[in-house]
Structure formats: structure tokens, C-alpha cells
Design a protein around this ligand. Structure first.
Ligand SMILES: [Zn+2]
Ligand SMILES: [Zn+2]
Length: 324
């Protein structure tokens, strides 16, 4: 009989803590990783609401320690974070360097691969990045969403002399705003909450309420609310010929009035996962410290409470601690 572990299991939109999930066995090229800390993000909440038809263990933001890597024993014992797209390496997109768009991909805790809200998780060794000693777990657990924030800089040229607006300054929007400040640009972030405004100000981001957002004033707007209102506000704020980066996972199809996109010659840029190595460098060099975004820590066995906390309006990062 294989040993069992605790895990947060999603089935038919029903999330439960299970104590009887078998510890996974690493497949060819994979490592078995003991999860040290995992983070709940908006995608996890959307999945519980039925965003993807996924059955199994949720969770894609984690830091852990490799306990076994039969094909790459040098990784054993190392503290790691892991890229979430598990790719085939063979398809036309993989061969062109577009691995994150692999036609045959599975995605950690999202699509066809059990996630990290568990005592143990498996990932291919090629997905792993060693965490520098200078980066504590509480920072490393932000690597995946921080990489997603860095992706904005991969996709669009940010001109430091022009203002940037981030609509939606929750878990991910906060990180995006902070990454954008590193360019030297003046960054504005939309929030209704006073305490969030304080946190933004401390990070060098100028908070605006939705009513204060000027019309047609930004060449670049990042939308990270996941709501139709957010997209409307972004479209109102962007100047003619400007760009809107869509950084949300939309739970439902959005009605989209394309007319202003055409008339104002806007560019819409879809944006998903990003590169881990630069995110880890930012953390290692303390260019960015996301730890003030942590507002809750729960043992894995109290995972349902953790999810309820993360779903509160305005909640920032809630962490799960396996083995507690
Ligand atoms: Zn996420
Ligand atoms: Zn592929």
C-alpha cells in the first residue's frame, strides 16, 4: 500500500480536505517535491466556481523541497519553485520556443496534473528553479504570480516617461503595479479600499478611486480585475492608439463592445504566465518584497477556511502550510 497524504481535492465544484490521497510517484524526468508553502490565487477561486472542469488536487503557486528525483538526483534536497505548464517538447509550438502554449500541455493544479495544495507534488525536473538561499519561503511562494506580472514587460514596451494605469490592485494587480514601478514610470493603481491605497502608496504606486481615473489619459493600461467593469474602466482610461493588457482569468464570457477598439485603434494584449528566472532575480536582489501582501496562513488541513478567507472581497494572499 502506498503512503497517503493530505490534499485539497476539487470534484464537481466541491472542495474538500482529504487525508487519503496517495503520495504521487514521480514519472520519468519528474521530481517528487515536499510542499513547504503554497499560495491561493484568483484562478483557484474561479476553479472552485467552475471555471475549468478539473478534478483533483488544486494549487499552482508553491515553494517546496525535492525529496526524490530518480533521473536527476542532483536536485534532491534542493528548495525549488516550479513552472506550471508541463509541456511535450515535441509539438510545433514547443519546437518554436512557445512551450507555454504547448498543444499537449497539462497545467499544475489546473489541467490534467495534480497541484500543490498537498503534502507532496510532482513536476518534471525541467520545470524546476532552485530558490536562492537569500529568498525565504514567504517570498519564493510569490514566484509564479510575480513571473506573471513580469510577463507584462516581456510583452509591451513600457515607456518610463509615460504614466501606466493598473485597474484592479488585488493579489496579482499589486505585483504588476510594483513590477511596473521598477521601470521608472509613474504607476497609478485603481482601488476603492483605503488600506489598499496605503499599501500601494508605500510601494510607490499612486492610488486612484475609480471616479478619479482620467479619461483617455494612459498609453498603457493593465486590466487585472477579471470583471466587465474593470475592462470598461480600462477602455475609458486608455488614450487613442493605446494598449490594454488583459491580465485576468475571466470566469465567464465577457460581452465586449469592439467599436471603441476599432475607432480608437487600440491594441488588446492577452497575458498569462511569465518567466520564473527574472522573478527570482527580483526577489533575490530585494527589488521587490511581496511579503506585506500575505494576510493569512492556514494549515493545509484547514484549507476550506483558507479558501473562504481568500474569497473575501479585497483579500490579498492567503497561504497554505502543509504538515502543520
Ligand atoms: Zn495563480
Ligand atoms: Zn508541446
Amino acid at each position: 500500500m502506498s503512503p497517503s497524504m493530505h490534499a485539497l481535492w476539487l470534484e464537481d465544484g466541491h472542495l474538500q480536505v482529504r487525508a487519503d490521497v496517495p503520495v504521487p510517484t514521480p514519472g520519468p524526468g519528474e521530481a517528487l517535491i515536499r510542499v513547504r508553502l503554497a499560495g491561493i490565487c484568483g484562478t483557484d477561486l474561479e476553479m472552485v466556481r467552475g471555471y475549468y472542469p478539473f478534478t483533483g488536487i488544486l494549487g499552482h503557486e508553491f515553494v517546496g523541497q525535492v525529496v526524490a528525483a530518480p533521473d536527476a538526483p542532483a536536485w534532491e534536497g534542493r528548495r525549488v519553485v516550479g513552472e506550471i505548464n508541463i509541456t511535450c517538447g515535441q509539438c510545433r509550438f514547443c519546437r518554436r520556443g512557445l512551450e507555454r502554449h504547448c498543444e499537449n500541455r497539462t497545467v499544475l493544479g489546473i489541467l490534467g496534473h495534480h497541484g500543490a495544495f498537498a503534502d507532496y507534488v510532482t513536476l518534471p525536473v525541467r520545470n524546476l528553479h532552485a530558490v536562492p538561499d537569500a529568498v525565504p519561503d514567504e517570498m519564493a511562494v510569490f514566484t509564479e504570480p510575480l513571473a506573471a506580472a513580469v510577463e507584462v514587460l516581456e510583452q509591451v514596451h513600457v515607456r518610463p516617461s509615460q504614466p501606466v494605469l493598473v485597474v484592479g490592485t488585488g493579489r496579482l494587480g499589486h505585483l504588476i503595479a510594483r513590477v511596473l514601478t521598477l521601470t521608472g514610470a509613474e504607476v497609478h493603481g485603481v482601488t476603492r479600499r483605503a488600506e489598499n491605497a496605503t499599501r500601494l502608496r508605500a510601494a510607490g504606486v499612486r492610488p486612484l478611486t475609480p471616479d478619479q481615473v482620467p479619461t483617455a489619459a494612459y498609453p498603457l493600461v493593465v486590466e487585472a480585475t477579471g470583471s466587465p467593469h474593470g475592462l470598461d474602466l480600462a477602455r475609458q482610461a486608455v488614450e487613442p492608439t493605446g494598449r490594454i493588457v488583459l491580465k485576468s482569468t475571466y470566469a465567464h464570457p465577457q460581452p465586449l463592445n469592439l467599436s471603441p477598439v476599432v475607432v480608437n485603434e487600440l491594441t488588446l494584449v492577452g497575458s498569462r504566465c511569465g518567466p520564473f528566472a527574472p522573478a527570482l532575480r527580483l526577489l533575490e536582489r530585494h527589488r521587490l518584497d511581496p511579503r506585506d501582501l500575505i494576510e493569512g496562513r492556514y494549515p493545509l488541513t484547514r484549507g476550506l477556511e483558507a479558501f473562504a478567507h481568500a474569497a473575501r472581497p479585497g483579500a490579498l494572499k492567503v497561504l497554505l502550510v502543509p504538515g502543520d
